[in-house]
Design a protein around this ligand. Structure first.
Ligand code: SF4
Length: 383
């Protein structure tokens, strides 16, 4: 290690740790009160983008730290369940049209859904139950019933989150979903005017979604924390500030497009490019905070037929690890293959896993710097 590496690495590690500690401590501040969901103890301190990051750190880091220390059994802290394999959009940054949409339309049967719910509600490590994955969840006409079934059996700390494109979120459904007990509702908006919206959220109606958001803003949202999401990419990034100004009454969360484990077409035309120096700092801090990927340590997703692919970010489902019709969630999450994948990551061997090898999360956040890149980190400082 060179002198420069020795100098810069601890500083970046220190700032990464401080940022995580700061975000997590925010969730504990008693005076912090979200503009929506403020009477709901599970989500009332989730405020703005930092609140969402804090929530993500709280749900992803404990399992990683536990496994790295003990190699012990894990249960997912976040579980996504695909109850229907359909979406009504063809968004520019989403692989849906050329992956899930090509499958025959299927809806999860009630017995399988109940089996999943019944196992989750006995597991205290499960925090977020998300009955959506690679779909538009409100196309499932039973969604309200499904949310209610989970909430009626759930432990007090377990919450339900839904992410929708907002198109089917008409006033009647808003009321029914809130009555069923949705704690955290994220609407993926991704534009601030009709022209950009039509470019990015292909197949949806800007007017319909704006009307739905207006109706949502007039509801009593004391028990449901509502986030509006903006996935930033080349076509919509100019709208970001207008979006922020327009929707101040809700919580807002922005992040950059990712390549869904290499499955997003033309990703290179969408990606937000940063200077090489920034990229290297991101990787240095990211690989320190996440030496392994949270997707297989803290998250899990189940498809409508019960299959459990390795990673919900991989829209190609390259590796299926089990099926919850015949196995328990706990059994699949602690299977020999799952632990083998974790061990590969712990040894820094991400590129031996097919999906990870092509994944922008790995390349942009978790891939450790080479010795040469570490030296380059300080170039802008030293000239
Ligand atoms: S690095 Fe691997 S496990 Fe993590 S999100 Fe990408 S494909 Fe999934």
């Amino acid at each position: 290690m060179t002198f420069i590496e020795i100098l810069i690495s601890p500083l970046i590690r220190f700032f990464a740790d401080a940022l995580v500690a700061f975000c997590v401590s925010l969730e504990k501040l008693p005076f912090l009160r979200s503009p929506t969901g403020y009477n709901n103890p599970r989500v009332r301190r989730m405020v703005g983008g930092i609140g969402y990051w804090a929530h993500s750190f709280r749900l992803t880091l404990p399992n990683i730290r536990k496994w790295m220390k003990t190699r012990g059994e894990l249960f997912p802290m976040v579980l996504q369940v695909q109850t229907i394999n359909r979406c009504n959009a063809a968004c520019a940054f989403c692989p849906y049209p050329y992956t899930v949409h090509l499958q025959e339309k299927r809806v999860m049967d009630d017995a399988l859904y109940s089996k999943i719910v019944d196992e989750c509600v006995t597991e205290p490590d499960l925090h977020d139950f998300v009955p959506m994955s690679k779909n538009e969840p409100l196309l499932d006409v039973k969604m309200e019933e499904r949310v209610a079934e989970f909430k009626q059996k759930a432990q007090r700390h377990q919450l339900v989150e839904l992410v929708t494109n907002g198109s089917p979120l008409i006033p009647g459904r808003i009321k029914r979903l809130m009555a069923a007990g949705v704690d955290l509702l994220t609407v993926s908006v991704n534009a601030a005017n009709e022209e950009t919206y039509n470019q990015v959220m292909v197949g949806l109606s800007w007017k319909q979604v704006m009307n739905n958001l207006e109706a949502l803003s007039k509801e009593d949202l004391a028990m449901t924390n509502v986030y509006l999401r903006f996935v930033s990419e080349q076509d919509n990034r100019k709208d970001l500030q207008v979006f922020r100004n327009r929707w101040k009454g809700f919580n807002l969360f922005t992040f950059n497009v990712n390549n869904r484990a290499g499955t997003v077409k033309d990703y290179e035309t969408k990606i937000i490019d940063y200077a090489d120096f920034i990229q290297r700092i991101k990787r240095m801090a990211g690989s320190h905070t996440y030496p392994v990927c949270p997707y297989i340590f803290s998250l899990m997703h189940i498809l409508e037929n019960g299959d459990v692919p390795m990673c919900s970010n991989d829209w190609a489902n390259r590796e299926v690890l089990g099926n919850v019709r015949t196995q328990s969630i706990r059994e699949i999450y602690n299977s020999p293959r799952m632990n083998q994948l974790r061990e590969l990551m712990a040894q820094g061997r991400f590129e031996e896993i097919d999906a990870c090898r092509e994944c922008s999360f790995y390349h942009e956040w978790m891939k450790p710097l080479t010795a040469e890149e570490k030296v380059q980190v300080v170039e802008p400082v030293t000239g």
